[in-house]
Ligand binder design. Structure first.
Ligand code: IVH
Length: 687
């Protein structure tokens, strides 16, 4: 995690004044309707630059400076808050967090009793005023002392009920945001209405919250993170809510029927030591990419009311809480071009070429654009400023154009009329466009994949060799390899006797691979290595696979109603290739598997039966020599399901050396973790 982020260096008073103006304008646009020209990271850097300049030149500080102000001083509203709605100070790493905590404990003159650790939700702060249990008014944060009335949004916010469980008069504070699903739905509605989309969930939520006369309604989500009883209220409940630890207040909020993060994978926890806080920060960061809503950090608060009261407030933020910012997962950059790549199966995939941008720890230059329909749906144009998203090991993707940053110089994206690889026609009947020649279009890619280490594992067949054979007309697909003669191979340039014999022996050897690998070599769309193993174990023979209809295919774990017909269609398309493999004498059975009898599930007692196992880190001990694919094969021989990502469904994590985020995630989900050695002991009979 980044400890200190660089900041914009300001040379003189003029540069400083310009920076202040830019920050003020950006904050105004950001809090108004989410249309800032700067992404979060750029804004943070700018404000830190302003801060640094002000520290060095206190005499030059402009009154309009955003430093020390809630919402950068951007917004004013006309509804006064009963208790100010403050901001949070930030830290950007473990060391800064420790410094902050040490400073706080010095101020208190004793250790903090307990910490509450919860996600920092990436939306807009709102105050929901309930009178006698009924939702009466919604107010934005504004400048912290007064906000704007947005009560018109009542009834469109999931998690914020019209009535509380008890007829109480309180103010709930929390974040209004859009979940990923709500964002997609909102974009589709806006697209249908005016042909544009929202740049990201946060600006969509900001725009939606303030929109009054839109002809379409978009749903929002609320997560509560605090309660404010009326200041003059001295009832038993009000007193209790002022005295309870934060964690228990959140339980009360949830009991009132208001959504909190309690039911999410990043639920708030109470930590008694800073080490546990830091650990929880890691856990939350590890699951961030898979959350159904955006977070931009972790909020760490003193849990006890007494600690909070003693710590007090600065003008801008409480001293008893801090925001631990996570690296940005979204940035704005320019869409420079679109490349059209034709994959192994003939699928034509557009890829965005971007002005390089640093995102979540790596430089992003390319991002997926999914398919043509996606490009048109988002109304993308060349030269557009676009929001790009990347988190963890997620493939970077272009989210949307930032429409308000258009200059008029943007050009339409040219959609190919013919296959960019071979020039033949395009089959555009499905969302994913394909060359009409299908696999033949990219025969070389299919063959190289088929002979790869995790499939047929034919040594000595490098790309240039395959190309040579294709050019000479010796092969058209990988099944043809099994019919090559010694003379044909010797006739190729740079092919001596020894390499010919070695290659022929390797090809012969490949005929004995288990069905799972032969099936994987086919490169059936929608099935990778692990799915191929599951299919092979389930059906045991190629014949059984080929006679299965979509319903029978769906019996395989992980194949749903969408994928099953694709697999069936693919097998029909691949029939001539499979026939050729059979004719060549390639093995078509899976050792140790028996085909499923009609209507009956195979009953076997295997050590990993019904378990989903994930392997991460470097393997040691008896597993040290196995490739990751071979470890996965081992898991499946022992009856388990090998999976590449940790989720609530994971039963076991085999964590080797240098295990990173998967280990943290498994820990946060309470999943059993074993060493490679322990695991090898468990499955030794299958090694
Ligand atoms: S507590 C007195 N808890 O972050 C300040 N804020 O950058 C109380 N936010 O204005 C804020 N998640 O809009 C708190 N779990 C959380 C939060 C959270 C998101 C927002 C909130 C606040 C902003 C400060």
């Amino acid at each position: 995690m980044t400890e200190t982020l660089p900041f914009t260096v300001l040379a003189d008073d003029t540069a400083y004044a310009e920076a202040v103006q830019l920050a003020v304008d950006s904050a105004a646009a950001y809090y108004a309707d989410g249309t800032s020209a700067l992404d979060d990271d750029a804004y943070d850097r700018l404000v830190r630059g302003i801060q640094a300049y002000e520290e060095a030149h206190p005499e030059a500080v402009l009154p309009s400076s955003p430093t020390g102000k809630v919402a950068g001083g951007a917004v004013v509203g006309d509804v006064p808050h009963t208790v100010p709605m403050l901001s949070l100070d930030n830290v950007f790493g473990a060391e800064q967090l420790a410094d902050w905590a040490a400073g706080l404990e010095r101020r208190l003159g004793r250790p903090v009793t307990a910490w509450s650790v919860e996600p920092k939700l990436d939306g807009l702060a709102i105050s929901a005023r309930y009178r006698h249990g009924r939702l009466a008014q919604l107010v934005t944060r504004g400048d912290g002392s007064a906000g704007e009335d947005v009560s018109h949004a009542i009834g469109t916010i999931v998690g914020l009920p019209d009535r509380l469980a008890d007829p109480v008069t309180v103010e709930l504070r929390g974040e209004v945001m859009m979940t990923t699903a709500q964002f997609e739905a909102a974009c589709a509605k806006r697209q249908a209405h005016d042909g544009t989309t929202f740049a990201n969930p946060r600006s969509a939520a900001a725009g939606t919250l303030r929109a009054q006369d839109r002809p379409y309604v978009c749903e929002l989500t609320f997560f509560g993170y605090g309660v404010v009883p009326p200041p003059d209220d001295h009832s038993e409940l009000a007193v209790r809510l002022r005295e309870l630890p934060h964690s228990q207040i959140m339980d009360w909020v949830a009991a009132q029927g208001v959504q909190t993060t309690a039911a999410t994978p990043v639920a708030g926890i109470v930590a008694d030591a800073l080490e546990r806080v830091q650990e929880r920060v890691g856990e939350i960061a590890a699951v961030r990419a898979e959350l159904p809503f955006g977070i931009d950090g972790i909020v760490i608060k003193c849990d006890l009311a007494a600690d909070q009261a003693e710590a007090g407030f600065s003008s801008r933020a409480p001293r008893w809480a801090i925001a631990y910012k996570l690296p940005a997962t979204e940035k704005i950059t320019k869409l420079l071009g679109v490349e059209w790549n034709v994959g192994r199966t003939g699928v034509i995939a557009p890829r965005a070429v971007l002005e390089p941008v640093e995102l979540d720890g790596s430089i992003v230059t390319y991002a997926t654009l999914h398919n043509v329909a996606d490009i048109t749906r988002r109304g993308l144009m060349l030269g557009d400023s676009v929001t790009v998203y990347k988190a963890g090991d997620v493939i970077p993707r272009v989210e949307a154009p930032v429409v308000h940053l258009r200059t008029g110089d943007e050009r339409p994206i040219e959609i190919p009329q013919v296959c960019p690889s071979c020039g033949d026609a395009i089959d555009s009947s499905q969302e994913r466009w394909r060359c009409v020649r299908g696999r033949e279009c990219r025969a070389i890619a299919s063959i190289i994949y088929a002979v790869g280490r995790d499939q047929l594992d034919i040594e000595g067949l490098a790309e240039n060799r395959v190309k040579q054979m294709l050019d000479a007309g010796l092969i058209a697909d990988f099944a043809d390899l099994f019919f090559l003669t010694r003379e044909q191979l010797l006739g190729l340039e740079r092919m001596g006797e020894t390499s010919t014999d070695n290659l022929l022996a390797a090809i012969e050897q490949a005929k004995t691979r288990p069905l799972s690998r032969v099936f994987a070599a086919l490169g059936v769309r929608g099935t990778g290595r692990s799915m191929s193993r599951r299919i092979a174990r389930h059906f045991a023979t190629m014949d059984a696979i080929r006679t299965a209809d979509a319903e029978a295919i769906q019996q395989v774990d992980g194949i749903g109603s969408e994928k099953a017909p694709v697999v069936v269609a693919e097998l029909i398309e691949l029939a001539p290739l499979i026939d050729k493999l059979v004719q060549a004498g390639v093995n078509m059975t899976e050792p140790g598997a028996t085909p499923p009898a009609e209507g009956e599930e195979p009953k076997v007692e295997l050590p990993l039966a019904a378990m989903s196992v994930v392997v991460t880190g470097t393997m040691t001990g008896p597993l040290a020599t196995l490739s990751r694919n071979e470890v996965n094969e081992l898991i499946e021989r022992a009856g388990g399901k090998a999976s590449s990502s940790v989720s609530a469904k994971t039963s076991l994590l085999v964590a080797g050396e240098k295990a990173g985020s998967k280990r943290a995630k498994a820990e946060s989900l309470g999943i059993r973790i074993v060493t490679p050695e322990e695991f090898a002991g468990q499955v030794h009979a299958f090694l």
